[in-house]
Design a binder for this molecule. Sequence first.
Ligand SMILES: Cc1ncc(COP(=O)(O)O)c(C=O)c1O
Length: 370
Amino acid sequence: MTDPILLTPGPLTTSADTKFAMLSDWGSWDSAFNSLTASVCRDLLAIVNGQSDHVCVPLQGSGTFAVEAALGTLVPKGGKVLVPDNGSYCKRIVRILGYLGREAVVLSHGEQEPVDPARIDAALAADPAITHVAQVHCETGTGILNPLAQIADIVAKHGRALIVDAMSSYGAIPIDARTLPFDALIAASGKCLEGVPGMGFVIARRTALERSGGNGYSLAMDLLDQWQYMQKTGQWRFTPPTHVLAALRVAIDQYLAQGGLTARLARYTDNCAALVSGMRALGFKTFLPDALQAPIIVTFHCPPDTAYDFNEFYRRVRDRGFILYPGKLTAVDTFRVGCIGAIGADTLTRAVSVMADVLREMGVRRVAHE
Ligand SMILES: Cc1ncc(COP(=O)(O)O)c(C=O)c1O
């Protein structure tokens, strides 16, 4: 049986070599595994040119674990965090801050609106008590790309610290630590690096991490403790995700051999273009205008036809080998299709043709919204 193609933004379709890397067992204390950890961390840091001022701290768990660990470790107990919000992952940051008991100031935007750096500028000028800005780079809830470089400049101008959720952009959309100031950048194994899920990581400014002693609210989520232990022993503090790390090593090898970020962005851009043009030819409308769309995941309006039902559509498309993703918006009926993973534009073209067949079978005639 062949695996379905995952048109979802993590877990996503991985290459045969990446899957194959999980067929070995590793001893967590063994020097071979310690070297693997060190080499992966070195490469993760290099991908954003963070070698001079930053360190890489890996963490067991999904991406949210790493986001929570970064916020909980770096924001002090009396800290106040500005959260520019244009989607569901921004709202998740606000929820995390609530659990952590850290004050959040939400700067609400529409979901079709990129975060406005001028509003951040004004909010920081108006409130000197704000210590940090927590910004989602690519808001995967819709697929919108936020203007991270301008935001980082403004946060730095005000002398505040920036924490970036780069979960779905790291490795595909350029972020250069030498020119874009941040205290933490968070991503995970199973996104644009095309590894398997199970490990997050935080690229943290060394001085900010070193100053964070006493902030930690939880032993398991204390990034300073994780980093210091790793520095001392070369090992993870607690049971590491051995197979995930081994798969990530191979996925990064492929990433570098294929041409690194430039090549990955080019492939995802082609994937996105094939998807969007094919879907538009069927009558689908994208939720976002092209200028705001990141080539990571695309949100489409559901057809207005009464014969359309997402669960039925999903099931039939899945039976033909493609896994779609439900929408994450409450106000409008949408679904999402990911452009990332070890797939090319031909795969997206095939997926569009399967969706066309399924709509025909379901008797969906009206796809376009007037
Ligand atoms: C922008 C962003 N932040 C956070 C997460 C949370 O990651 P996870 O579902 O792995 O916990 C995701 C997952 O897709 C994401 O896209």
